[in-house]
Design a protein around this ligand. Structure first.
Ligand SMILES: Nc1nc2c(c(=O)[nH]1)N[C@H]1C(S)=C(S)[C@@H](COP(=O)(O)OP(=O)(O)OC[C@H]3O[C@@H](n4cnc5c(=O)[nH]c(N)nc54)[C@H](O)[C@@H]3O)O[C@H]1N2
Ligand SMILES: Nc1nc2c(c(=O)[nH]1)N[C@H]1C(S)=C(S)[C@@H](COP(=O)(O)OP(=O)(O)OC[C@H]3O[C@@H](n4cnc5c(=O)[nH]c(N)nc54)[C@H](O)[C@@H]3O)O[C@H]1N2
Ligand code: SF4
Ligand SMILES: [Mo]
Length: 727
């Protein structure tokens, strides 16, 4: 039985509080207004004017306030003495002391790196910064990474290699409306960022041509002019094939290549292997469609290539992103007006979350932990000796894979991520989590990961705290407090400061976001993601500030890679367009290879995974939201009618999906929109329908991104026991 809703208390003004959505990286602006009802105060959500969403919100944002008062919400810390015991409510003091003890005992037994933290890209900049500092300074451990490794790491690695800088979009979102040609590769904004579609529609109304590369005919593809439908995991070959054709038809920009890039001759030679018929055989995309695509891309004055997880979440994801960047560079796009390559960051703070030190190899300001000068600067801000700082640790999946083993983490804090559902190969990950000496989880709800913990901490939610977020464009925004947090919950900032105090380093940690942001500004100063000139007041006055912004009199940098525009290029050793040592962007030779797992007799089909419109990520939040459950009550697997007929299943029938790692059951949703050799399933569901029990943890050698987007699967018609199916 659901309990009563929590009451809301607020001192918010009558006209409401301006803030941003708790969910995706679009960070739509919204106004939260308290309204008196007979049942108590409710918080009304309305879209607000802003340069990104212009008042628009999707159904997730609109329904977000429901979770503030949700009866399932955690409102007290929970502890237990053994994993087979039920949780009992505990005081904050007891819970934090237990965590400090769990971390300390593991470090005493197994060494410093045996205590670690797994973070999340939904946390504010202040929290992400504090998490990185906490692990390096209070634990002096190398063991920290976060869920952004499963999200942006391939695109980030490629952008850093090619441009010397990783900011997902190097231009404002609204520029999309000014481009003449836009190609989206493995990105489905119609479902994942619905209000962003206004910019695409505005472009098409101006006569722009849009192309979508996706194994499914998505809502985004349906709105476009050209759909390329490759076999999953073949985008790299497709990009090389398009560039081969561009060279053949003399459509490349030789002046741009000569002036702004290095490495072209080797790429040009390598492209010889990508003749059109071969690329058609690998990708399944007909040569005539490739011909049309390359003419469109090269034939306009303003062309954008936008990448998403479909191209990136592969064991060759970073090379795939590089292949599309090669195409963009050869066509002379990056730095030109309303042109360039970009990747659409996903989580609320997916951009800021990867800049301030949650990643195993990073320090704040996108500095590198292995760089002596970076260590010196950041240690100075932190008030510690640079030699005290650990060296880089291992990536997210590697950390999870080694939990509880020799050399692995033995005591872990998970903050703002539900890895028991969202990591690849989750059956194995859950087993590893169970093998830990100690597990603490901070969340709003008792997530599937929290269910495995020794201590669970109840976290504040977005509308209950202040902070900053960096959106999909690299624009730093203000998240504002609108209501009081319920008694008994605390912000992750306070949790980390409280733990640091119990570990003897309390003097170095603050728990209020303004103080932490002021410190973040100093720590990031002079780094690639330079926030030194960004103040909360400026964000307010200027509707967000784009980084890099090195000083308070600097305007911020909406558009990157334009000479002399303060975009970091000015600070490179020679003047140039890109913040690389020679000011030039770099081509990279990259070659197609098979997916880590290819279909065979035992597992004859391809499984790809991703998102549906009404649900978010591991589903902890959206599976508890009435409006979203009404829109999409349960999991389903998308399958072509021809394949369904061969398997003997029909619409609404039950399908058993099996891979070398595990199995899941879902209802069938017939769709002519998908390739007949491939099925698509969302990862938003748990229990029997945990699709990540099936996914392949093969990692990209550079980014350490797992291969979420393709593995080999066996499909069998098999009735689901009804109580499971409906539960
Ligand atoms: N509703 C909703 N919105 C969200 C989220 C959510 O969970 N739900 N999550 C947010 C986050 S964190 C992220 S990262 C973004 C993700 O946003 P997207 O990257 O747009 O989302 P996905 O659904 O993961 O993948 C996009 C598309 O890739 C296609 N695809 C699968 N395999 C391949 C392939 O091999 N090649 C190509 N070219 N395409 C392929 C899929 O069919 C899918 O349509 O969305 C954000 N917004
Ligand atoms: N098969 C497959 N798997 C995937 C993907 C895919 O495409 N296919 N995509 C991957 C991608 S791109 C991503 S980003 C990951 C996301 O995977 P997760 O990290 O699991 O994402 P969320 O469900 O957003 O998890 C956030 C958790 O933190 C809680 N939370 C929210 N805000 C806060 C806060 O401020 N503090 C605290 N303490 N808790 C909070 C939420 O209730 C939720 O339980 O999944 C990855 N997994
Ligand atoms: S598009 Fe993203 S930021 Fe905007 S309302 Fe929906 S979930 Fe929130
Ligand atoms: Mo993501």
């Amino acid at each position: 039985m659901p309990g009563p809703r929590l009451p809301i208390t607020t001192s918010a003004p009558e006209q409401g509080v301006a803030t941003h959505c708790p969910y995706c990286s679009l960070q739509c602006a919204m106004t939260l207004t308290p309204r008196e009802h007979d049942t108590g105060t409710v918080l009304e959500v309305a879209g607000a004017p802003f340069p990104t969403n212009r008042g628009g919100l999707c159904e997730k944002g609109l329904s977000a306030a429901e979770l503030l008062t949700h009866p399932d919400r955690l409102t007290t810390p929970l502890v237990r003495d053994a994993r087979d015991e039920p949780f009992r409510a505990a005081s904050w003091d007891e819970a934090l002391q237990r965590i400090a003890d769990g971390l300390t005992v593991a470090q005493e037994r197994y060494g410093r790196d045996a205590a670690g933290l797994f973070g999340g890209g939904g946390m504010t900049n202040e929290k992400a910064y504090q998490a990185g500092k906490f692990v390096r300074v209070a634990l002096r451990s190398a063991s920290i990474d976060y869920n952004g490794r499963f999200c942006m790491s391939s695109a980030a690695a490629a952008a850093t290699k090619a441009f010397g800088l990783d900011r997902g979009m190097p231009f404002p979102l609204a520029d999309i409306a000014r481009a003449d040609t836009v190609l989206l590769v493995g990105s489905n904004p119609a479902d994942v960022m619905p209000p962003a579609m206004r910019w695409f529609s505005a472009g098409r109304e101006r006569g722009a041509q849009h192309l979508v590369v996706d194994p499914r005919y998505t809502a985004t593809a349906a709105a476009a002019d050209v759909h390329l439908q490759p076999v999953p995991g073949t985008d790299l070959a497709l990009a090389n094939g398009l560039l081969h054709l561009a060279v053949k038809h003399r459509l490349i920009d030789t002046a741009y290549i000569a002036e702004r890039t290095t490495g072209w001759p080797a790429v040009r030679r390598a492209l010889r292997q990508y003749w059109p018929d071969r690329v058609e055989r690998i990708t399944g995309v007909p040569v005539r469609v490739m011909e049309r695509a390359v003419r469109l891309l090269a034939g306009s004055r303003a062309t954008m290539i936008l990448s998403g997880r479909g191209a990136e979440q592969h064991a060759k994801g970073s090379d795939t992103a590089l292949a599309w960047i090669n195409l963009a560079l050869a066509l002379g796009l990056p730095g030109r007006p309303y042109s360039g390559w970009a990747t659409m960051t996903g989580q609320g703070n997916g951009q800021g979350g990867r800049e301030h030190g949650q990643k195993a190899d990073q320090l704040p300001g996108y500095r590198m932990l292995a760089d002596p000068a970076a260590r010196e600067h950041v240690a100075g801000v932190w008030g510690v000796d640079p030699d005290e700082l650990p060296q880089p640790g291992v990536s997210a999946y590697e950390m999870l894979d080694r939990l509880g083993t020799d050399g692995g983490v033995r005591a872990l804090v998970v903050m703002a991520s539900n890895v028991a559902v969202s990591a690849p190969n989750t059956a194995h990950v859950r087993e590893r989590l169970r093998s830990l000496d100690f597990l603490a989880v901070s969340d709003i709800f008792l997530s599937e990961t929290a269910e495995l913990a020794d201590v669970v901490l109840p976290s504040t939610q977005w509308a209950e705290e202040d902070g900053t977020m960096t959106n999909v464009e690299g624009r730093v925004l203000r998240r504002r407090r609108a209501v009081d947090a319920p008694d008994g919950v605390r912000s992750d900032l306070a949790v980390l400061a409280g733990l640091a105090a119990r570990l003897g380093r309390g003097d170095l940690f603050a728990d209020d976001p303004r103080t932490v942001f002021a410190e973040l500004r100093r720590a990031s100063a002079g780094g690639k993601a330079d926030y030194a000139g960004i103040t909360w007041e400026r964000i307010e006055a200027e509707r967000g500030v784009f980084w890099p912004c090195p000083s308070e009199d600097h305007p911020g940098t909406p558009r990157l890679f334009r000479e002399g525009r303060g975009d970091g290029a000015e600070r490179s050793s020679t003047q140039g367009y890109f913040p690389t040592p020679d000011g030039r962007a770099r081509f990279h030779v990259v070659h197609h290879r098979d997916a880590a797992e290819m279909p065979d007799d035992a597992y004859p089909y391809r499984l790809t995974t991703g998102r549906s419109r009404a649900h978010y990520q591991s589903g902890t939040q959206t599976r508890r939201t009435k409006a979203l459950l009404d829109a999409e009550p349960g999991p389903s697997v998308e399958i072509h009618p021809d394949l369904a007929a061969r398997l003997g299943v029909d619409e609404g029938g039950d399908l058993l999906l099996r891979t070398r790692r595990g199995e899941a059951r879902m209802r069938v949703r017939l769709s002519r929109a998908i390739r007949p050799d491939t099925v698509f399933a969302p990862f938003h569901w748990s229990g029997d329908a945990t699709i990540n029990d099936l996914t392949n943890p093969a990692l990209d050698p550079v980014s350490r991104m797992p291969e979420f987007k393709t593995c080999a699967v066996e499909l069998t018609a098999a009735p689901i026991p009804r109580e499971d199916a409906d539960g």
